[in-house]
Design a protein around this ligand. Structure first.
Ligand code: ME8
Length: 518
């Protein structure tokens, strides 16, 4: 796969509010994949951005007494700053109020219209502004006060909407979508979500209303500006805009489309796995290769909502626990795809157990021994025995398994296999007791410490996508040049050179203080 382009996207986030830990999570997962693929030699395009049109943003702006564009400008900036402050490595940040995007989405509309996929009619049905989604009556839930609610878990009340509307002929796409899912078994993940989508489509699809006339905050429909486009056709098209659509001959477009992965939360899977491939195929474009819907975080057992205040502010959490610690916890704590609960107790336990006592302690012990006993330089190893080779090869040979896990977005498994090598190195250091060899067998001590240092180098290289700052600090302490940190340097090719002088060691993962749960 080395050298192949890799296009990965986050959802674009609504600008009716500021970012919280849920948004940071999705972008973190994409960032980890983007970093991994770059280190693996692939040309990566990693996109995030903001979704700025629609009734929800318009209503929020009205409630705040500001113009929708002003609210969009202000909050979009917060999402952009978050990506920067978290160290996310996105290659572009798209806003749906940009001129490049209006051009793309209007072009897509015209393509669909020319192919007979769009007709003018009248919508009469249920709509949830919070979800920006239409629902069939049979899908709705009765709330405690008899009010009808969206079935999405947001608890949003639906409202009855009746207005002229353009429709996309989604009902004609059911069989083609099912055939597409069949031919592309990896298109929707995880499997449980795939099954949900398949049974939704099997249940029969209704034509989809794709324009609104009762408000104006949106992209005008070409040739009929009394209509603005439904926010989801507008939003989904961002994935095309960013790679240069409508210019299909454009080098970026031909290189990166179809996208390798749209990573989204489970709340918006239907839009991505049903509507989006139908729009694309309807316009003669290839659907993306894969949609992964991850699970939902709660905080200390509670739904993420404004009332949780600081607990959901990514800045506060990073300040309290550290950027790499947060990354590690979120990616390791739950199998990616499942729901998770963020608790302080779990965070402290995970970070201390795996990072402070694990890789942090291993690196610190090894580097301190080298500093004291080997003249602060990479030791010169003698002949190796089977145990030595097994440890180094275990670390140097991690990559194929990691590639496998990462191609399925199994971050937790990738981290498990890396940490298993750290565990083996811990057993090795205890069994070989290099601190005792200094006097009895200095040559063997040098070999053991070299084996450990080389194991740590390989582990740090593959840890870079997950805990980039700490991995860089470890590699700095091993005097590994910044241009020798890609996966191609795993194993013998990049092996540490005996005699290279090393800086004084310093800890990379301080222990977190245990704190009472709230
Ligand atoms: O849906 N746990 O934007 P949005 C995990 N604009 N992830 C969470 C989360 C939580 N508690 N809360 C939010 C939209 N997320 C549309 C998308 S894409 C073309 C348009 C994450 O601001 C998760 O990724 O409501 C979810 O899908 C996304 O934020 C929803 O962000």
């Amino acid at each position: 796969m080395a050298g192949e382009p890799y296009y990965i996207t986050t959802p674009i986030y609504y600008v009716n509010d500021v970012p919280h830990i849920g948004h940071a999570y999705t972008t973190l997962a994409c960032d980890t994949l983007a970093r991994f693929m770059r280190l693996d030699g692939r040309e990566v395009f990693f996109l995030t951005g903001t979704d700025e049109h629609g009734q929800k943003v318009e209503q929020a702006a009205k409630a705040a007494g500001v113009a929708p564009q002003d609210m969009a400008d202000r909050n979009s900036e917060r999402f952009r700053a978050l990506a920067c402050d978290m160290g996310y490595t996105n290659d572009d940040f798209i806003r749906t109020t940009e001129e490049r995007h209006a051009r793309a989405v209007q072009h897509l509309w015209r393509e669909l219209a020319e192919r007979g996929e769009i007709y003018l009619g009248k919508y009469a049905g249920w709509y949830s502004v919070r979800d920006e989604a239409f629902f069939a009556e049979k899908e709705l839930i009765k709330g405690p006060n008899g009010k009808l609610l969206a079935p999405t878990g947001t608890g949003a009340e639906v409202e009855w909407v009746e207005e002229p509307s353009y429709f996309f002929q989604l009902s004609a796409w059911g069989d083609r979508l099912l055939a597409f899912y069949d031919a592309n078994p990896d298109f929707i993940a995880p499997d449980s979500r795939r099954n949900e989508v398949v049974s939704f489509v099997r249940g029969g699809l209704q034509d989809l209303s794709i324009s609104r006339t009762t408000f104006t905050w949106g992209v005008p429909v070409p040739g009929d500006p009394a209509h603005v486009m439904y926010v989801w056709i507008d939003a989904l098209t961002n994935y095309l805009t960013a790679v240069g659509y409508p210019d299909r001959e454009n080098k970026t477009f031909s290189k990166f489309w179809p996208a390798n992965l749209h990573l989204v939360g489970k709340d918006i899977l239907r839009f991505h796995a049903v509507y989006w491939p139908a729009f694309l195929m309807g316009a003669g474009l290839a659907p993306p290769k894969r949609i992964f819907a991850h699970g939902w975080w709660t905080i200390e057992g509670q739904k993420i909502s404004k009332s949780l205040g600081n607990a959901i502010d990514p800045y506060e959490l990073v300040e309290k626990y550290g950027r790499d610690q947060m990354r590690y916890f979120l990616l390791r704590e739950v199998p990616f795809g499942n729901d998770g609960d963020f608790s302080r107790a779990a965070m402290v336990q995970r970070v201390n157990g795996d990072l402070a006592n694990g890789i942090g302690n291993l690196a610190q012990r090894t580097l301190t021994l080298i500093q004291k006993n080997c003249g602060a330089a990479v030791p010169d190893p003698g002949a190796m025995i089977d145990d030595d080779r097994a440890l180094i090869e275990g670390a140097a040979g991690l990559l194929p398994g990691l590639c496998d896990h990462m191609s399925r977005q199994e971050f937790h498994k990738a981290l498990q296999v890396i940490l298993a090598v750290v565990g083996e190195a811990d057993s090795y250091i205890d069994a070989n007791a290099p601190w005792a060899l200094g006097k009895t067998d200095p040559a063997r001590m040098a070999t053991v410490l070299y084996v450990l240092a080389e194991t740590i180098r390989n582990v740090a290289i593959v840890l870079q996508p997950f805990t980039p700052d700490a991995a860089a600090k470890i590699l700095d302490q091993l005097a590994v040049a910044t241009d020798s940190r890609a996966f191609a340097n795993l194993g013998e090719k990049g092996a540490l050179v005996p005699g290279t002088s090393l800086p004084a060691p310093r800890g990379v993962f301080p222990r977190l203080e245990a704190e009472p749960a709230v």
